[in-house]
Write a protein that binds this ligand. Sequence first.
Ligand code: IPM
Ligand code: MG
Length: 355
Amino acid sequence: MRVHKIAAIPADGIGTEVIAAGLEVLEVLSKRDGGFKLDVELLPWSSEYYLKHGHYIPEGGLEKLKTFDAIFFGAVGSQDVPDHVSLWGLRLPIAQGFDQYANVRPARVLPGVKSPLKNGEDIDWVIVRENSEGEYAGHGGRAHRGLPIETATETAIFTRAGVERIHRFAFELARSRPAKHLTLVTKSNAQRFGMVMWDEMFYEVAAEYPDVKTDRELVDAVTTRMVLKPKTLDVVVATNLHADILSDLAAALSGSLGIAPTANLNPERIFPSMFEPIHGSAFDITGKGIANPIATFWTAAMMLEHLGETSAARVLMQAVEHATASGVHTPDLGGEATTAQVTKAVSDYIKASQA
Ligand code: IPM
Ligand code: MG
């Protein structure tokens, strides 16, 4: 029996609801498969925990987290804690501390889901987000607070090592897909240093991948291309902030933020990788039982794939596609289904697909 140690961190808002749904489905999958088990530990780190204890991650928490094979993460963000405090208190210490530099964000229109685009079925993208530096490097400061001369800086950091490794990761991913096409997203017309190095390193790495077609698009222009010519994109590599923005657009174009998954990968596997839906805490629907668990299921499939459970990952995606195709949709997709009903539809399909 293969045993995978999973740290589940539901954290805030609908994170607790979708992670519970995800764990339920994973349990059904592991029973069906019979070859693997997930040894899950729930970690209570959240904004509520922070307000009580003064920290998100307790002393020794990251050390403990290192002993897991993967992290299954809900959402962080609360109305009672400033967003930059919660983000830098929980998600970024894990993503940056565990060098999860490759953030992978697939987007496509699942069967039965309606894209706002008339040619939405052309969407089949993977956005590769640099996840360790760039605009999220945390370099900067504030001086002369409250005075008229108050100054704040926020410096994007681009290192040769950081840029090269994300481009290489993106080329490897592009090479593994049928279209073998990688688009470099940049803003090197306006930003002359980091972004110019970003471009140069892309073409240095490209020389090692003659089989991968490449093109280059400015970040503003790529938004129009996503909307007007979705078929012309396949894998996209972008900086931390650019890809953050583009991936929300990609999610909306594929039907809803409620279906979009992500993997924060440490490709060398020195540290555990982290898997999360990208939708965030969603206070407006927290506690109503209507959060869309599809993003979390898709995320769980990415986690299973990372853990080497490829057949379980495939069954899970089939179950997800069956559920979306049969119209079991939560309100974000225009339906009336609850989290529990979508979870049941996916679980039932997995059980029924038993060989
Ligand atoms: C994401 C989210 C986060 C980010 C937020 C919650 C800080 O938008 O994962 O895309 O910007 O990285
Ligand atoms: Mg985002």
